[in-house]
Design a protein around this ligand. Structure first.
Ligand SMILES: Nc1ncnc2c1ncn2[C@@H]1O[C@H](COP(=O)(O)OP(=O)(O)O)[C@@H](O)[C@H]1O
Ligand SMILES: [Mg+2]
Length: 240
């Protein structure tokens, strides 16, 4: 295997990092690989009877059919729906990147491949001296960027890709995720922007993931997403 795993980042929050991470995870699992998942810091967790509920993390666990301890998969959970640094300050949590690295290495040791979902985008602060991009470098993982399809995506995508490239982060490619189905006909911007982004950044366009009905149960949603992923996304660059 060329890489020990991949870090899934996005141009923004809500672009589909969790869905793409889950689709990739299940695709690899369906190929017979053992896949470890991680969402190192999750904010916006609802408080339930058993403590904080990390929904992204739970979704990734389902996609991977993971039996790993949840405190390794998501070592930091916080309630406030804000960036990790802010949530940690509000809730008196001290985020330690060495601890995140330790959890990551333990999981990596157990699996063939790791899929790690970031928080927000590349410049989101984890703590005062650490951005998501620093965490990516610490874990020493290549990145896949998830971007939205509609107008505005060229700017957001190029900013993210250039920033990653300037830092020397290996970018395997970018995926366009269709999160809504209200646009039945593909807008002209959506048709042209992937190629433009690819040409201007030199980063491979891996493909567009279609919308999946959100009324489906999690398991069906994950399988359907994975089958689209296997069919439409070029995975060769992962070296698998
Ligand atoms: N391809 C898709 N089809 C249908 N719904 C999607 C798709 N991608 C994302 N969504 C929905 O959009 C919302 C945001 O996606 P999510 O993966 O959680 O984004 P992020 O992890 O980047 O914050 C979620 O409710 C998710 O179920
Ligand atoms: Mg997410």
């Amino acid at each position: 295997m060329k890489y020990p795993g991949v870090f899934i980042t996005g141009t923004d929050t809500g672009v589909g990092k969790t869905v793409i991470s889950a689709a990739l995870t299940r695709t690899l699992l369906n190929r017979g690989m053992s896949v470890g998942v991680m969402k190192p810091v999750e904010t916006g967790c609802a408080r339930g009877p058993k403590g904080l509920l990390a929904t992204d993390s739970e979704f990734l666990i389902k996609a991977a059919r993971s039996k790993d301890p949840k405190n390794l998969i998501t070592p930091y959970t916080m309630e406030a729906p804000v960036a990790p640094m802010e949530a940690a300050e509000m809730e008196g949590v001290e985020i330690n990147e060495e601890y995140i690295l330790d959890c990551y290495l333990q999981l990596k040791h157990r699996h063939d491949f790791m899929v790690v979902e970031g928080a927000g985008g590349l410049m989101v602060p984890i703590h005062r001296r650490m951005l998501v991009s620093d965490l990516i470098q610490l874990l020493d993982l290549p990145v896949i960027l998830v971007a939205r399809p509609n107008l505005g995506t060229i700017n957001h995508s190029l900013l993210s890709l250039h920033y990653a490239q300037d830092l020397g982060i290996k970018v395997l490619g970018f995926v366009i995720n269709r999160r809504h189905d209200e646009v039945k006909e593909i807008h002209v911007a959506e048709e042209k922007s992937p190629i433009l982004i690819e040409t201007l950044s030199g980063v491979p366009f891996l493909g567009t993931k279609p919308y999946v009905e959100d009324s489906l149960l999690d398991e069906e949603f994950i399988e359907k997403s994975a089958s689209y992923f296997a069919e439409l996304i070029k995975l060769d660059s992962l070296g698998l």
